[in-house]
Write a protein that binds this ligand. Structure first.
Ligand code: GLU
Length: 293
């Protein structure tokens, strides 16, 4: 079996320095452990025309290279449908007709963790099901038999988080991220997942789902985010944060790359220099505050 790491951007706009820093880290983790490095475009949702080409160009401009062809989630519908069918056949799914509003307003089940789906549609009888089917299209949810699951993370250690009856396929037919990411990582031979630590809370759901599908969980490393001066996750509205903006402000991509490497305590220059010095244990564990161009 192939052993691989990956970067999996959503092509919703331009990458900013936070995304690029995470991509560099994912590349370093993979290359320093002899893994191949794959690029997957997560375009099921929020895809903006032209964004993918810009993102790939920006990754290359900071030295992040990948093996093989770019994989796009929109080309993989049958794989996701196959996984959902397997779960359905095992009695591990149900149809859900709730609107977002209904979920927010529903009394939460006793002992249910904050934000967990309250289980409204979990046990509908045939008549209720038939009626609801006539009102709106169904989403497909996982019938989870646990409320939490524990994962191991290279930077966070053991992390236990909420598992609820999360959505596998939305009611507009789009595969949910939590299902797609698990199916894709397994199918692509990805056994190391390095990504921003904003995704750590979703990880127990994904690892639990992987266990139900008989897939071994990958090794995880959730890396600190880049934040603005208010401590909030960096966003486009924080000014010059993309390679294009920064080039306009006088910092070419190589200078941005060097600044990102410096923020990680790694030597400047082509990523090969950083690779030689890379030690996951020595990485900063705090968010990095972006000080502007
Ligand atoms: N596509 C997700 C994002 O750009 C990343 C998902 C992942 O790395 O698992 O936030």
């Amino acid at each position: 079996m192939n052993s691989a790491g990956r970067f999996a951007p959503s092509p919703s706009g331009e990458l900013h320095v936070g995304n690029l820093r995470t991509a560099i880290l994912a590349w370093l983790f993979a290359r320093s452990t002899g893994r191949t490095f794959l690029l997957r475009v997560e375009d099921l949702d929020r895809a903006r025309s032209g964004a993918e080409a810009g993102q790939l160009g920006d990754l290359q401009a900071v030295g992040v290279t990948w093996d093989g062809d770019v994989v796009r989630q929109t080309a993989r519908g049958p794989l996701y449908a196959g996984a959902i069918s397997r779960l359905e056949a095992a009695g591990l799914t149900y149809e859900c007709f709730c609107t977002r509003r209904e979920i927010q307003e529903a009394p939460s089940a006793p002992h249910a963790p904050q934000g967990a789906y309250p289980g409204t549609c979990r046990n509908l009888d045939t008549a209720e099901l038939e009626f609801k089917r006539s009102t709106r299209p169904a989403a497909i949810r996982l019938r989870a038999d646990t409320a939490e699951y524990t994962v191991r993370d290279l930077l966070h250690g053991e992390f236990t988080g909420v598992v609820d009856d999360f959505v596998l396929r939305r009611n507009d037919g789009v595969t949910a991220y939590n299902l797609a990411v698990v199916v894709d990582d397994a199918e692509q031979g990805i056994d190391q997942v390095v990504r921003g630590d904003d995704l750590l809370p979703s990880t127990p759901r994904q690892a639990y789902l992987a266990s139900l599908l008989g897939i071994p969980s990958p090794e995880y490393a959730h890396v600190p985010l880049v934040v603005n001066s208010d401590g909030a996750r960096l966003a486009k509205r924080d000014g010059a944060v993309t390679l294009r903006d920064l080039a306009d402000a006088g910092s070419p991509p190589a200078a941005v790359r060097d600044r990102l490497l410096e923020s990680l305590g790694l030597p400047a220059g082509p990523l090969g220099n950083a690779l030689a010095a890379f030690a996951p244990d020595a990485l900063p564990r705090e968010p990095w505050v972006w000080g502007g161009p």
